[in-house]
Write a new protein. Structure first.
Length: 518
């Protein structure tokens, strides 16, 4: 379904595509963390607690030698680094290009990093934070393209898998013979966009834990021993997931016409405080592929640029989750990053008063919830684009602003008028329109944090604030500016709310000062 933003700019937009961008998955041997399991694990191998140190050192050496031998058999280099370097992925990509690697292992990086490991203290084995060797195996997978698998070489041998959803999508499009024009990690145009959307949506429905189990067997030679002792295999959890919605424009010139207004709206109206300006390197390949369906660019875009024009990125944070917007040649990207999924709900079994029932529960990092990550991220991106759809103020918004200054009744209940240019009201509008609320929505306490900042001095003041915000939300709902999410305490700004409150804020803080200064 098209968003309000796409309908406003439909003359200049080719279409939109939502995909999982970067995904970081961790594999834990979590059964070892249960009480008494690590001791039983050692005992079944004939190892006493006092011999834990020698056992772990030998196990670590076995893992390191296994990975090094695998690299040597493939004729690939092992590179030790004292610290993690910026652009490590680019370095692996350069090695693959230099050596002509199109599939298989590219290289292995080794470095010391802090991690949660098992240690022996006072005759007791338990988790502790310590430094140990981590091995990054970079490979070009037939399904994922360039990716890496990292293994912690000290017990409990935690594994991390980094994959790119767009690289996976590109390979699926190649299999089906669907043509596309791609710059770096961005699709500028796809010949069959509807089919591409179907393929991208299927990413969240695959049983990826089977694929990741295969990577774990290749990296950890001790995994058969762990399973033989009854400790099971790896439990896969989503450590970080980026869900991006790309709005593809016909050309860079069309997008550049609205970029300034979009970024200005994000910083002024959506109160974004994290704004970054950057310059990139080459933005397009020197020679454009010969593709019959690809439309010619206007004269301004026909010149192959050597350096990226000035780019910007705006980012909003809500707890540990974030949503950001930036441009990449002729694509406007809105991207939601989920680090803390328990802020959202998922349908499943939950324990209520000792009985298992079906209902909504906080979403966990379980890899089986990947479909829900994609669903939540796409909804957040669409809400942010909906907020951006009001950048071009229409005559309808002015009529709705006039309606705010008039009180009315709904089902016999009086809805008071709003002084649209008063300072308390404009502060309220800025708080409600804040961009981080597009991720999930806002609660009473979220508006309190935005409007008051400091905590209440006593319990009585806290109750007054809560009641005052409740009355304010009721007023906003009465005027149709916000709507309640069913079955929760969350509220979200409606399209009318974005249109009306943005019109008020733009008039007060932008249009009126400029007119008076003139």
């Amino acid at each position: 379904m098209r968003t309000a933003f796409e309908r406003v700019h439909e003359a200049d937009i080719v279409g939109s595509l939502t995909t999982i961008d970067r995904m970081i998955v961790r594999g834990h041997l979590r059964s070892l963390y249960f009480d008494g399991v690590i001791g039983a694990f050692l005992k079944r191998q004939g190892v006493e607690v006092a011999g834990f140190g020698k056992y772990v050192e030998a196990a670590t050496e076995r893992v390191v030698q296994h990975v090094k031998e695998t690299a040597a058999k493939a004729g690939r280099p092992y590179i030790f680094q004292r610290t993690r370097m910026e652009g490590q992925d680019d370095r692996a990509r350069a090695i693959a290009k230099r050596d002509g690697i199109e599939q298989g292992l590219v290289c292995v990086f080794g470095m010391l990093e802090s991690a949660s490991c098992f240690g022996l203290r006072a005759g007791h084995i338990g988790p502790e934070i310590r430094k140990c060797l981590h091995l990054y195996a970079y490979l070009i997978d037939p399904e994922f393209g360039l990716m890496h698998v990292k293994i912690q070489t000290w017990l409990p041998f935690t594994i991390q898998v980094w994959v790119n959803g767009r690289a996976w999508l590109a390979r699926r499009l190649d299999e089906e013979g669907i043509k596309y024009f791609k710059y770096e990690n961005t699709f500028l145009e796809i010949s069959d966009l509807e089919r591409a959307k179907e393929i991208a949506a299927s990413f969240g429905k695959r049983r990826w834990w089977r694929v990741f189990d295969a990577f774990a067997r290749r990296m950890n030679p001790l995994l058969p021993v762990v399973k033989k002792t009854g400790c099971g295999g790896y439990y896969w959890s989503i450590d970080q997931c980026e869900i991006a919605t790309d709005v593809m424009w016909k050309n860079r010139t069309s997008l550049a016409k609205v970029l300034d207004d979009l970024y200005d709206h994000a910083s002024r109206i959506l109160t974004c405080k994290d704004v970054v300006r950057f310059f990139g390197a080459k933005v397009r390949p020197r020679k454009r592929p010969l593709m019959s369906y690809y439309r010619a660019y206007p004269k301004g875009d026909a010149v192959i640029a050597q350096y990226h024009p000035e780019g910007r990125r705006v980012k909003h944070w809500f707890w540990r989750n974030s949503i950001k917007m930036y441009d990449k040649w002729s694509v406007l990207r809105v991207e939601t990053t989920i680090n803390r999924p328990n802020s959202f709900k998922v349908f499943g079994s939950l324990d209520r008063f000792g009985r298992m029932q079906q209902g909504l529960k906080p979403m966990t990092k379980n890899l089986r919830n990947l479909w829900r990550f994609l669903e939540v991220g796409e909804a957040a991106n669409h809400r942010y684009l909906e907020a951006m759809s009001v950048v071009r103020i229409t005559r309808q918004a002015h009529k709705e602003v006039e309606a705010l200054a008039t009180g009315h009744r709904i089902d016999g209940r009086r809805i008071p008028k709003i002084n649209v240019l008063g300072k308390p009201e404009t502060d309220l509008f800025r708080a409600v329109l804040s961009g981080e609320h597009a991720i999930q929505g806002f609660r009473n306490k979220d508006l309190q944090r935005c409007l008051y900042g400091a905590r209440a001095k006593d319990e009585m003041e806290a109750k007054r604030r809560c009641a005052r915000i409740s009355r304010t939300i009721r007023k906003l709902r009465g005027h149709g500016l916000v709507a309640k999410v069913p079955g929760s305490r969350l509220y979200r700004t409606t399209l009318r709310g974005h249109r009306t409150m943005a019109c008020v804020l733009r008039f007060k803080f932008t249009d009126a000062p400029e007119q008076l200064a003139a």
